[in-house]
Design a protein around this ligand. Structure first.
Ligand code: GAL
Length: 374
């Protein structure tokens, strides 16, 4: 009898230890439950650290292909340790009543990111917006703000960047007359434009109506200046745009970087005074080999460092696409790559591939881990 009792005590002790251990682990690609026992629903997301709490914002998807359009809005989760996440509900809701709204239910609202403005004390959200039933033609940026990190966020405006402004590194040919056959269209990646994308001068085409902005990220520098980083010119070229001091609009100052390199899923972070960039190639929902780059100044010169992923499945970035790089607060030299493993047939089932970033000769490297902890 005593033996049996000891066995049960040991058994439950082991279960307890196992549970405690798994809750202190990051397990890329598995179901990640929130505090209600539901798979976290925050795709294409980003994380804001504010007053000891991490806030994870992302696309709230629903089941079935319709889930690739925004039926609900932007979800928010909070955590103090990056392991346990509390569902904070929908931070920005799509407009269910006004079909004319820019963010009408059924629009495409992707890759939301939130930053905090210390001057205005507002939380500011930017996202890639495509108007309802217009495919990926609008290529706009959406902006919303809130007094609280968990929302509700108020939708402010959507627009195309830098209407009537040339980038700092504009070239003379950009200002020449533009062939009007270069119509906006989206083909889910590259291949729809000539290899030498500058030959069709999309920058010039969009000068008057505003530059295109699709996959995007935000970055706040040490001096509080915020930047919007996005795939522009039919996804062929990345733009880095300085925002206004209130973070609600464009300042008009911007640079073209990686021309003709078709990067998506751009992320930008700073380490030891240098700027780093991790992004993907441009193949729609299908994974591809990631890219990385480094620069001394945010607007460049950027030097490409190749695919940061190493080992098995590195050519597919471990079946994921970058969405954010998170600096872990209070931990020296600790950065996490946040990626999405998309499931476009049933987007709600999409998984999260979070991996620690290692630096080898100051170049970021990603190695697969079945599970890991900070
Ligand atoms: C991906 C992009 C996603 C989404 C998708 C649509 O390349 O990163 O955010 O826009 O294409 O096909």
């Amino acid at each position: 009898m005593a033996h049996k009792f000891q066995f049960f005590v040991l058994f439950f002790f082991c279960i307890f230890i196992l549970k405690a251990q798994t809750s202190k682990q990051i397990i890329p690609g598995e179901i990640w439950n929130d505090n209600t026992g539901t798979h976290i629903n925050a795709h294409g997301g980003g994380v804001l650290y504010h007053k000891g709490v991490y806030y994870w914002y992302g696309e709230h998807k629903i089941a079935g292909k319709i889930g690739n359009t925004a039926q609900v809005g932007v979800g928010c989760y909070s955590s103090r340790d990056l392991y346990k996440w509390k569902n904070e509900g929908i931070a920005l809701k799509v407009d269910e009543t006004n079909p004319e709204s820019d963010i009408a239910k059924g629009c495409i609202l992707e890759r939301p990111k939130v930053i905090y403005n210390t001057k205005t004390k507002k939380f500011v959200m930017w996202f890639h917006l495509e108007l309802k039933d217009k495919g990926y033609d609008a290529a706009r940026s959406g902006v919303a703000f809130s007094d609280s990190p968990t929302g509700p966020f108020v939708f402010l405006q959507s627009f195309r960047p830098n209407t009537g402004f040339w980038p700092e590194n504009v070239q003379p040919f950009h200002k020449k007359p533009v062939a009007d056959w270069v119509k906006p269209h989206y083909c889910g990646g590259k291949g729809c434009l000539p290899a030498h994308v500058d030959s069709v001068n999309i920058l010039g085409r969009d000068f008057k109506g505003g530059q295109m902005a699709r996959d995007m990220n935000l970055f706040v520098d040490d001096d509080g200046t915020a930047y919007h980083i996005y795939s522009s010119e039919e996804n062929s070229t990345t733009h880095i745009s300085k925002l206004t001091d209130d973070y609600l609009s464009y300042s008009g100052q911007y640079f073209r970087v990686f021309p003709g390199r078709y990067m998506e899923g751009a992320t930008l972070f700073k380490r030891k005074g240098k700027y780093y960039f991790i992004a993907s190639d441009c193949t729609g929902w299908a994974p591809n080999a990631a890219r990385s780059a480094v620069a001394e100044e945010i607007f460049g010169e950027w030097t490409e460092l190749g695919n940061p992923a190493e080992g098995k499945d590195s050519e597919l970035t471990f079946h994921s696409q970058s969405t954010f790089v998170l600096k872990v607060e209070g931990k020296k030299d600790s950065y996490i790559f946040l990626g999405d493993r998309w499931t476009p047939d049933n987007p709600i089932d999409g998984r999260y591939i979070w991996l620690p970033i290692k630096f080898e000769n100051d170049a970021p490297k990603l190695y697969w881990q079945d599970h890991w902890s900070l």
